[in-house]
Write a protein that binds this ligand. Structure first.
Ligand code: MN
Ligand code: MN
Length: 296
C-alpha cells in the first residue's frame, strides 16, 4: 500500500499549492507550469494530466492547452483536480476555489462536507449506494443538488477507473467494498439546475485504446513514447509538446484518434450552465474505517 500513500501525500500537497495560486488575473498556463514544476521537484509523476482547472459550469476535464489564453476572472469558481502516481498507484484529489469573491462559499463548503460525510461511512463491506446516499443527503441538507451522472471510482495500478462506480446519490447499487480497495470519492454539487453534465468540447486529454502499431514513422515513435511514459494512464497534448514539435504532434494525435489507437476525453460542462463545485479524496477501505491517502 506504500505507493498509494506516497502518491496521495504529494497529490494533496500539489492540490493545496495549486489552490493557493488561484486568484483573479492569473493565467491557467502560469498556474499549470508552476504546479508541474512543484510536482517535478517532489520527484513525482502526474497520474493524469495535472492540474486540471475547470472553471464555473465546466465540472471536469479541462487542462490548459498549449498556448491557452484563459485568465482567471474575479468570481470564477475553479475546480483543481490533481493526480500523482508512483508505479501506477494514483492519488486522485480535488478541491474548489472561488477567485476573489465569496458568493459560492456555502456551495463549496457543502461539497467538502458531502465528501467528508461519505468518507465517514466507509468500511469493509459497505454498499456503494450508501456512500452516494450520504453525499446526496448532505447536499440536500444545504438545499443543493448533486450532479448524478458523474461519480467516484475505484483505482488499480495504472487504471484510474477500475470498474466500480461510487455514485453521488443512492442509485441502488449494492456492490460491497472489500478491505484494501482503493477508491476516490468525488461529489459535484450545484445550487440549482439540471444536475447533469454533457460531453463538451475536446480536452486535449487522451488515453491509449489499442496496442496496434501505426505505420507512419512519427506516429509510431509517438506511440512508443506514450507506452513507455504513460502506459494506460491519460496524457495531454501539452505534456507531449514538451518532447515533440507541436504542429507535427497535433496532426499525429488527430490521425491516431481517427485510427482509434487513442481516444480523447471531452470537457464536461453542466447542461444548464450551473456553477459546479467538486471535492475529492482517494481513500483505502479498511475493516472499520477509511484511510485517506490524499492528505498532507
Ligand atoms: Mn480527480
Ligand atoms: Mn477521480
Amino acid at each position: 500500500m506504500e505507493n498509494w500513500v506516497k502518491a496521495g501525500k504529494i497529490a494533496a500537497e500539489s492540490r493545496e499549492y495549486a489552490a493557493s495560486l488561484i486568484k483573479p488575473n492569473i493565467s491557467l498556463l502560469e498556474i499549470s507550469e508552476k504546479v508541474e514544476k512543484f510536482i517535478k521537484d517532489k520527484g513525482a509523476e502526474e497520474g493524469f494530466p495535472s492540474p486540471q482547472l475547470s472553471i464555473n459550469n465546466i465540472a471536469a476535464h479541462y487542462i490548459a492547452f498549449p498556448n491557452d489564453k484563459t485568465i482567471i476572472q474575479k468570481g470564477d469558481v475553479v475546480k483543481v483536480d490533481i493526480g500523482i502516481h508512483f508505479e501506477g498507484c494514483v492519488g486522485d484529489n480535488a478541491t474548489t476555489v472561488e477567485a476573489g469573491t465569496n458568493k459560492f462559499s456555502k456551495l463549496i463548503e457543502a461539497t467538502h462536507k458531502a465528501r467528508d460525510n461519505a468518507i465517514k461511512e466507509v468500511k469493509e463491506g459497505i454498499q456503494v449506494c450508501k456512500i452516494g446516499e450520504a453525499i446526496e443527503e448532505t447536499a440536500k441538507s444545504y438545499g443543493f443538488k448533486v450532479i448524478t451522472n458523474l461519480s467516484g471510482h475505484n483505482l488499480k495500478p495504472y487504471i484510474i477507473h477500475g470498474g466500480i462506480t461510487i455514485p453521488n446519490y443512492n442509485n441502488g447499487d449494492k456492490t460491497k467494498l472489500k478491505n484494501n480497495e482503493v477508491i476516490a470519492i468525488e461529489p459535484f454539487l450545484i445550487e440549482n439546475g439540471s444536475g447533469l453534465i454533457k460531453e463538451g468540447k475536446s480536452s486535449s486529454i487522451y488515453r491509449l485504446d489499442s496496442n496496434r502499431i501505426p505505420r507512419d514513422i512519427f506516429q509510431r515513435q509517438l506511440i512508443q513514447y506514450i507506452i513507455t511514459k504513460y502506459q494506460t494512464l491519460p496524457f495531454s497534448t501539452r505534456q507531449l509538446a514538451k518532447v515533440f514539435p507541436l504542429s507535427r504532434l497535433q496532426i499525429a494525435l488527430a490521425l491516431l484518434k481517427r485510427q482509434r489507437i487513442i481516444s480523447e476525453y471531452a470537457q464536461l460542462p453542466e447542461q444548464s450552465g450551473a456553477i459546479v463545485a467538486q471535492a475529492e479524496n482517494t481513500i483505502i477501505v479498511k475493516q472499520d474505517h477509511a484511510e485517506i491517502t490524499t492528505k498532507i
